[in-house]
Design a protein around this ligand. Structure first.
Ligand code: NAI
Length: 210
């Protein structure tokens, strides 16, 4: 299996989609698939698929194609879906609650263990089976539970201070929804900045160039 460091960013960005498609094939009891068949289903070129999947070595076989389960498992391992990373969410407003409620964390390598907010009026409310905890207790919680992943659903102005503290407490990865680019600040920390508005703009570009 290839190490993460040897795989280009653009391939990494495509891995979740391969993982999802292969998972759907598994559900349909499809045991093997050629790069041509996969390319038709995924609307990629067969050569792109071969190039991408060659990064993991030894999966495709001339005349056989790919073993769906094997490839799904290997991509899952590379993505870390078997890791069960302790995960906390900061900011239990509209967005934070939607994410806590609707994302299936466990099938994506994360275990949501704490939800925090600095508004005392909502402390103790239950979201997705967890009580919202006041951020006063965040540091002590981190010392005890050692979260690896933090999801930030707080306003831009508060993001840097919280992120600095979390990095000190050992958090290694941020799923960052606040409109603040954390990756500029930290080296050696994984940051995924999510901007739904950017996705909409990609769509409007498409609509604008039909
Ligand atoms: P909201 O106002 O409903 O919730 C924000 C929550 O964060 C509140 O409960 C507030 O008490 C809490 N909070 C504020 N500062 C905090 C701190 N320092 N520590 C802990 N909790 C803190 O807002 P909503 O709609 O949930 O959005 C949250 C943020 O996400 C906003 O800044 C918004 O701009 C952004 N957003 C980003 C999107 C994206 O695609 N990246 C999409 C939608 C919203």
């Amino acid at each position: 299996m290839a190490k993460n460091g040897s795989i280009s960013n653009s391939v990494i960005k495509r891995l979740p989609r391969y993982y999802r498609f292969l998972g759907e094939l598994l559900k349909q009891d499809i045991v093997r698939i050629s790069s041509r068949e996969l390319s038709v289903r995924m609307k990629l070129t067969a050569s792109q698929i071969r190039q991408d999947l060659n990064c993991f070595g030894g999966f495709g076989q001339q005349g056989y194609g790919y073993n769906v389960e094997e490839l799904h498992n290997e991509i899952g391992k590379i993505l870390g879906v078997d890791k069960n990373f302790n995960t906390i969410l900061i900011g239990a407003g509209n967005l934070g609650r939607a994410i806590a409620t609707h994302i299936n964390f466990e099938s994506r390598g994360c275990k949501l263990i704490g939800i925090f907010d600095n508004n005392p009026e909502i402390t103790g409310e239950s979201v997705s089976g967890l009580e919202i905890i006041h951020t006063d207790k965040l540091e002590a919680f981190c010392k005890r539970n050692k979260p690896v992943v933090a999801i930030l659903c707080i306003p831009k102005a508060n993001t840097q201070a919280i992120a600095d503290m979390l990095v000190k407490m050992g958090v290694k990865a941020f799923w960052n929804f606040s409109h603040y680019d954390l990756s500029i600040e930290y080296e050696g920390i994984a940051v995924e900045n999510v901007h739904l508005g950017d996705s909409l703009l990609t769509l409007t570009y498409g609509a604008n160039h039909l």
